[in-house]
Design a protein around this ligand. Sequence first.
Ligand SMILES: *Cc1c(COP(=O)(O)O)cnc(C)c1O
Length: 393
Amino acid sequence: MAGIWIDIDIDAIAANYREVVKLVKPPARCMAVVKADAYGLGSVEVARTLAAEGCEAFAVTTVEEGLILRRHGINGIILVLGPALPQEWALALEEDLHLTVADAGVVFQLEQTCRNMSKKVQIHLKLETGMGRTGFGLQELEGLAELLLKSPHLEVAGVYTHFARAAQRDHEFTQRQYERFGAGVAALAGHGIVPGWKHVCNSGAFLDYPEYHHDFVRVGTLLIGHVPGPGFNDRLTLKDPWAAKTNILYVHRVPKGTHVGYQSIYKTKTETNLALIPAGYADGFGVVPHLVPQGGWDLVKIIIKNIASLFGLTLGKERIELQGRSVRVAGKIGMQLTVLDVGQVNCAPGDEVKIPLRRTLANPRLLRQYWRGGRIYAKRTLTEEGVFLVQAE
Ligand SMILES: *Cc1c(COP(=O)(O)O)cnc(C)c1O
């Protein structure tokens, strides 16, 4: 196999789910957040696994993500967190997706669509409490309630909000958001709207605030084996289901002073071996999300790292694991090809290399191999049409 593949240990995901469920405070249930292709692991296999473990509710960002789950046999609640466009409503209604309503302007039109289709829709009202992205402010709720009371096809299944700083454990901010949420829920009730469920917790708030669990906790990060930030580590035992791997394509012995790659930023310091791997930024290798420094010290670290990289140094950068040794990337990571300076580590074309690849940034077209009980039971590829194809082994 030439390219990158990703081994996913589905037993680890099931184990993580059981760890989470142990901490869910009844009557709350876990709504598994499987947006962005289940953070890169593959939403269909992850949702199937969680459903088999008893998970009854899932959350995604887009209608399309919800439809993928429905069409692969996920029967539970599927909540679309992002605002859906009017042209997506009919499909969402047909598949009984729950929709987020964050704007009073859509209520009338959504009611019309439902009436035309003779179908009711389950909606979740999103309250804006501090994230500043979407949702109703306190002063909008009276008008919203009036509209909802005139919309018999819209059933208010839930009301929710989203915490901006729970992963950073900014308790003051989170608590203030929660107070605003409470005020919003009370205001809605005062105007005759009592949603079925309340849900506010993401992974960070779920761990820190059992008293906020209400009817659902919306957990994503923990299920795929990460804690949301520092300081959460002792709360539960998580397993890492993810390993991205590739094979060495080519090995070449070079003299001291050889320049490697674009812009020649790397120069060998001794005679050494260079190994080529079929991995690059088109696969998501070496790509980083939009990271914002969290305070002055973090900013200094980022600046030092960037200056160091100008001189071809990699400070604290993840290394590549080869034959149990760690080797470094030589020069710039290319689009699809990258060179490793393997030094005296003995290796040959075909040898397996484990590479650091951020889950959410790993290209979805890369092969996912699903492992259960120590063997591969399914593989996922993308068809020519860009549709996920899951095939049993
Ligand atoms: C992504 C997301 C979550 C899950 O957050 P994690 O920290 O990954 O558990 C919960 N709620 C909303 C609205 C989200 O967008």
